[in-house]
Design a protein around this ligand. Structure first.
Ligand code: CO
Length: 154
């Protein structure tokens, strides 16, 4: 396992639309292990593959609800809304307020190739939507109001 460098805003890999994973294999498991180690080291809530230089549709989320790996995720539905501060490991030292759905239903594959569905709410839903955006080359700063330096966080 390894802690990988996290690409920063301005790197064009972060702006590309990622492609579906073709083969869920040992290489992908190893990548997921490295992503998890990288996320833990960075003390983040989520990490998407483009952030470590891979334009594939994979992200991980580590929140109170648990640790989840999403491969080829599909958002099946969203409802409600929430508005609040967000940051990103690829936009260091900044925060901004983003409107997101309060609830999201997502379907994806796990590292064993098994399809699963999860219904996420509140912070978990926010994290999923943020990471999903990364797969389409979208950063939260594209949608955020009131982007500010970390030291000013409330
Ligand atoms: Co991010």
């Amino acid at each position: 396992m390894a802690v990988l460098p996290i690409l920063q805003e301005g790197n064009e890999i972060l702006r590309k639309k990622s492609v579906k994973v073709e083969k869920i294999d040992l290489n992908l498991s190893n990548l997921l292990d490295d992503m998890k180690e990288t996320l833990t080291a960075a003390k983040g809530a989520g990490l998407a593959a483009p952030q470590i230089g891979k334009n594939i549709r994979v992200f991980i989320v580590d929140v109170e609800d648990g640790y989840y790996e999403f491969i080829n995720p599909v958002i099946l539905g969203t409802s409600g809304s929430q508005y609040g501060a967000e940051g990103c490991l690829s936009v260091k030292g900044k925060w901004g307020d983003v409107k997101r759905p309060r609830k999201v239903t997502v379907e994806a594959y796990d590292r064993y190739g098994k399809k699963f569905k999860t219904v996420a709410k509140d912070f978990f839903a926010k994290a999923i939507m943020h990471e999903y955006d990364h797969l389409d080359g979208i950063l939260y700063i594209d949608k955020a109001d009131n982007i500010r330096d970390e030291v000013e966080k409330k």
